[in-house]
Design a binder for this molecule. Structure first.
Ligand SMILES: [Zn+2]
Length: 142
């Protein structure tokens, strides 16, 4: 392995259970790859994932929240559409950036958007002007 682009490589000994060793050997056989390479790939993949999770932490939290809302709506037998509760859209000028609840496009602060009016409490929903035009066209041509 020396002199072939592996200058930074180090040995790492780790104590593992017999079950884990069996599982690693089985997976290595299945992938037709050496156990050491499999372990390295799995570790690198796990670390990449951790980095992505840290980077995308906010987004994941947001996605988890939306998922939880969907699950609870489904449990109550309500529509899966997060905008189903909205009875109207009111044009506003955004004081802080938001996202379109339909197409997820960024809505910058200072720009105009449409805020969803709902009888239920919760976070406000916004609609971009494109999605609003689409909604109007649906109403025009049933
Ligand atoms: Zn939109």
């Amino acid at each position: 392995m020396h002199g072939r682009g592996h200058r930074q490589e180090r040995w790492l000994h780790a104590r593992i259970s017999a079950d884990l060793e069996d599982a690693l050997k089985r997976e290595a056989r299945r992938r037709r790859t050496p156990v050491s390479l499999l372990v390295r790939n799995v570790l690198e993949g796990a670390l990449d994932l951790v980095e992505e999770i840290v980077e995308d932490g906010l987004e994941i939290a947001d996605t988890s929240r939306r998922l939880a809302q969907r699950v609870s709506r489904a449990a109550r037998g309500e529509s899966d559409d997060p905008l189903a509760e909205i009875y109207g859209w009111q044009e506003i000028v955004l004081n802080r950036a938001a996202r379109c609840g339909r197409c997820d496009v960024d809505l910058p602060s200072g720009g105009s958007a449409h805020r969803g009016l709902s009888e239920r409490p919760g976070r406000p929903a916004f609609l971009c002007s494109k999605c609003l035009r689409r909604l109007r066209r649906q109403d025009d041509n049933p």
